[in-house]
Design a protein around this ligand. Sequence first.
Ligand SMILES: Nc1ncnc2c1ncn2[C@@H]1O[C@H](COP(=O)(O)OP(=O)(O)O)[C@@H](O)[C@H]1O
Ligand SMILES: [Mg+2]
Length: 267
Amino acid sequence: MSSGSPRPTSGKTAESVHGSDAHPGAGSRSAHTVVESRGSPPAVEVRDLDKFYFMPGQRLEVLKGLNLTVGPGELVAVVGQSGSGKSTLLHILGALDRPTSGSVRFGGDDLQGLDAEGLAQFRRSSVGFVFQFHNLLPEFSALENVSMPQRIAGAYRDERTGREMLALVGLEARMHHRPGELSGGEQQRVAIARALVNQPRLVLADEPTGNLDSRTGTRVFELFREIQRDKKHTSIVVTHNARIATKCDRILKLENGSLEAVSGTHV
Ligand SMILES: Nc1ncnc2c1ncn2[C@@H]1O[C@H](COP(=O)(O)OP(=O)(O)O)[C@@H](O)[C@H]1O
Ligand SMILES: [Mg+2]
């Protein structure tokens, strides 16, 4: 277990209903706040990324020549059909998996140059994950779950930061509850607090509200958005929810192995 994240090896998490992917219209949003960095490198820069899976007798080309640039503090939505490679992309960006070829840079640092321990170190200290299913550890309290990435990164001093993070998501009064003693929305808010506890350089959310009813999902996302804006976390969120996508700075669609702009001017 690292940063509260599951192993990516099986590739698939339970996928929400096939074919339910929503594609927000291109004109659905006019004001967007792309953060263009002048002089300093972008927060995330992906160039010519390929990811192929080699199965007996076939090569599955999931990502092909994919490019992506994300500015510091930007929140980008990624939409796309089930099976288009959204989770594969997030796993590569989060150093849970390696690309077949291509480069992934964070503020100018190239992930390709890192060995397995370097990647693990990067993941522990620089990435926060939020998944569709909260993946909280059932035997531990909300506070212990939130503090877990600090312990894994060797950054745990005391419970103060964990408490602050739970206060940020409105759950300080639930800090001693175990996941089974929290509602679905509360569990996902704990998962958000856990993702942010190490002040990551990049927050990756894979259908973070996919397991919640739409009202709860919208509320949880609005809270995430507020904190993300305030703390200026560079973030990428995969979502099937059109309302959530339109609240992001930019919407990109993953299709045929690469990204195209749905709203905003660039990928
Ligand atoms: N470890 C793996 N080995 C082989 N194929 C995989 C693996 N992980 C994912 N895939 C395949 O890659 C494609 C993209 O998967 P995924 O990234 O999970 O899509 P999405 O998140 O967009 O639904 C799918 O066809 C899936 O079956
Ligand atoms: Mg997925």
